[in-house]
Write a protein that binds this ligand. Structure first.
Ligand code: PEP
Length: 247
């Protein structure tokens, strides 16, 4: 039985004044019926841990190396030290803005595990790839290339995020989400075996909001969501969390 997960990705948004949203979220969900994770900018991690100790925190990226001459980068150890228990890796904005490829995401995932962080590995096709009929192939290739061999249900979460749905208000149909998640589940079981393949959680991400959360969470093999814009305000994220608790 996979426990549901509602994860928020604040991206490059938020300063100290936004920590009030975290406190409000913690207050609204004192005993959540699903796992929660908020990934604020790294600059806020330690203050977020102090502001809302009950809410698990994650980073948005880490370097594949443990330390060294990598100006501007952040190691998994630093994220952990600042209060993170997880890290988003291979988000499409990292893949686009920083040219991150599957092999790098795989290395970063192993670096995250070294520090006991859960790797939230993001995959997903572009609109052109979907329109060309290549969505499953692209996502399957990213899944295979980005996920290390030692993945387990405890150290890894996969987030399927079609690039064309991120921040656009465009959402795949529930049939498209179901087809993709069933396919990814089958790929995980085929590679890792029944027990591990069925233990790794599969999140959907891309324009999830209060109005569409319930129908997305009803889809087979959707174990929760990675939410961008609608995770910034407690008032927007709370109904999504409630929909997941009720799914
Ligand atoms: C994301 O950034 O992972 C994301 C899904 O963003 P949004 O919910 O804003 O589409």
């Amino acid at each position: 039985m996979r426990r549901k997960l509602a994860a928020g990705n604040w991206k490059m948004n938020g300063t100290g004044e936004n920590l009030a949203e975290l406190s409000a979220l913690a207050k609204a969900h004192p005993e959540p019926g699903a796992d929660l994770l908020i990934c604020p900018p790294a600059t806020l991690l330690s203050r977020a841990a102090a502001a809302a100790p009950s809410i698990p925190l994650g980073g948005q990226d880490c370097h594949a190396s443990a330390s060294g001459a990598h100006t501007g980068d952040i190691s998994a150890e630093m994220l952990k030290d600042a209060g993170a228990s997880a890290v988003i890796l291979g988000h499409s904005e990292r893949r686009t803005d920083h040219g991150e490829a599957d092999a790098e995401v795989r290395s970063k995932s192993e670096a995250a595990w070294q520090q006991g962080l859960t790797a939230v590995i993001c995959i997903g096709e572009t609109l052109a790839e979907r329109e060309a009929g290549d969505a499953l192939t692209v996502a399957g290739t990213q899944l295979a290339g980005s996920t290390p061999d030692a993945a387990t249900g405890a150290n890894t979460v996969i987030a399927y995020e079609p690039v064309w749905a991120i921040g656009t208000g465009r959402v795949p149909t529930v049939e498209q989400i179901g087809e993709m998640h069933d396919f990814l589940r089958a790929e995980l079981v085929s590679r890792f075996g029944e027990a591990t393949g069925n233990a790794i959680r599969l999140l959907y991400g891309g324009s999830v909001k209060a109005s569409n959360a319930a129908e997305i969470f009803a889809v087979n093999n959707v174990d929760g969501a990675l939410v961008g814009g609608a995770s910034l305000k407690a008032a927007d994220f709370t109904p999504i969390i409630t929909a997941l608790e009720n799914a």
